[in-house]
Write a protein that binds this ligand. Structure first.
Ligand code: AMP
Length: 431
């Protein structure tokens, strides 16, 4: 193939995270590790490849993810696999496979990593994206865990200096009360059939709760008057939701009840929620809400996968969304401190000495930048300027011969020659 034919763009819907963007991602990962530690979540990593039927069964056939968005492949051996589209089903699979119910319950785990959905790429929507998720599995079916997941997620956003955070909270009940509500909802939509979009007409047949998810402007108008599921919750579901609200009040969570939050996936029951941040336009005139993530209870998932009933609750944030929201909110997360010391070496012998010197500094916990691939003093000085270093250590032939090195203050230009064996101590004095 000639060079001309190689497509050098990243695959549609995927993106690179470049070196200068990494510090925000690193802050995010650090924030994740920090809250996970505070709230006792242990890390779990599951493979990117999973069996197709895990998601067909777990997430549900009548969901967008399974219907339209999965990257599926058949191996040479005939196995039907997918690039994981979400984390919860895979974690449930790992919990069952490894008998994690024998560990202290509930099991609190977190993960972050890439996920894949074949969606139409647009702002904040990719085909390969990263999610971070927190899950509390097993133990009692206690509403306190619902609130623990929410507080962990909230503290993560707060650690990243987000201010206007809101949690939209709802309960979608259990199989029994949801069935009654679905009938009511369908009756209401049947009377408004002509007003709603084609997709919603289909949703009426295969996933009526998703009617409340539609963002089409005609459907929005119909949705506004739709019956609310909260009115139809059975007594145990009502009690569960009431306790969630009481705990949320106690912790002063910034929540609001939103009967339109239903979450798309089959495995959810009772508590469901989504996290939003308010983003101001550049002129400060308008604010828009950006959805960063959400989750809910999934007490049925383990049964769906053929295991015994196991209560569980979890949530996931889109990491690209968080990074984009950090930019949109003008949050100033300080980048990595640049190195203050820059090594300049002219000639092969000086470069050899220079390499050892970098190691010696590293051993003392001091990072040294360099650009010793460049030959001239001028080019290396220019590079030290770009790095914003405070001091240059200059090694030329003469210095190598005399076992010394020049310390040059890059702000004032003042230079001093010191013995090589004393340079680390000299620099330590100045830092
Ligand atoms: P979900 O797993 O669909 O509940 O999504 C949880 C969060 O993951 C969303 O609120 C987004 O922040 C993020 N997310 C989901 N799908 C995508 C995507 N295609 N591209 C980027 N982020 C996504």
């Amino acid at each position: 193939m000639s060079k001309k034919n190689i497509n050098l763009s990243s695959v549609k819907g995927t993106h690179d995270i470049l070196p200068h963007e990494q510090f925000v991602w690193e802050k995010l990962r650090k924030g994740i590790r920090h809250v996970a530690e505070i709230y006792s979540f242990s890390r779990i990593d599951t493979p990117i490849l999973e069996n197709l039927d895990l998601f067909q069964r777990g997430v549900g056939e009548a969901t967008d993810i399974v219907e339209k968005q999965m990257y599926t492949l058949t191996t040479k051996g005939g196995d039907k696999l997918v690039l994981r589209p979400e984390g919860t089903s895979a974690i449930a699979r790992a919990y069952i496979q490894h008998g994690l119910s024998h560990m202290s319950q509930p099991l609190k785990v977190y993960y972050d990593g890439p996920f894949f959905r074949y969606e139409q790429p647009q702002a904040g929507r990719y085909r390969q994206f990263n999610q971070v998720g927190f899950e509390i599995i097993g133990g009692e079916n206690d509403p306190i865990y619902d609130v623990q997941v929410m507080i962990t997620a909230l503290r993560l956003l707060e650690s990243l200096k987000f201010k206007n955070i809101s949690i939209h909270l709802n309960s979608i009940g259990c199989k029994a009360c949801r069935a009654i509500y679905k009938k009511k909802l369908l009756n209401y939509y049947k009377n408004n059939k002509k007003e709603i979009c084609k997709d919603c007409n289909r949703r009426m047949l295969d996933n009526p709760l998703r009617l409340l998810d539609c963002k089409d402007e005609h459907c929005e108008a119909v949705k506004k008057e739709a019956p609310s599921i909260i009115d139809d919750l059975c007594t145990p579901c009502r009690k569960h939701f009431k306790e969630v609200l009481e705990y949320a009040e106690e912790l002063k969570l910034p929540y609001q009840i939103d009967p339109f939050i239903v979450r798309g996936l089959d495995y959810y029951n009772r508590t469901v929620f989504e996290f939003f941040v308010e983003i101001e336009s550049a002129d400060g005139e308008k604010t828009t809400s950006l959805a960063l993530g959400g989750g809910g209870r999934y007490d049925y998932l383990f049964e769906i996968l053929g295991h015994r009933n196991t209560p569980a609750i979890g949530m996931a944030f889109g990491m690209e969304r968080i990074v984009e929201a950090i930019k949109a909110c003008n949050i100033n997360l300080l980048p990595r401190q640049k190195n203050k010391i820059f090594l300049i070496a002219i000639g092969i012998e000086a470069k050899k000495k220079g390499l050892s010197l970098i190691e010696e500094f590293a051993g003392s916990g001091i990072n040294v930048s360099e650009s010793i691939g460049k030959n001239s003093l001028g080019a290396q000085l220019k590079a030290s300027d770009k790095e914003g270093a405070s001091w240059a250590l200059i090694l030329g032939q003469k210095e190598v011969f005399k076992e010394s090195v020049i310390i040059r203050d890059l702000k004032t230009g003042v230079q001093e020659t010191v013995l090589l064996k004393k340079v680390v101590a000299e620099i330590k004095k100045r830092l």
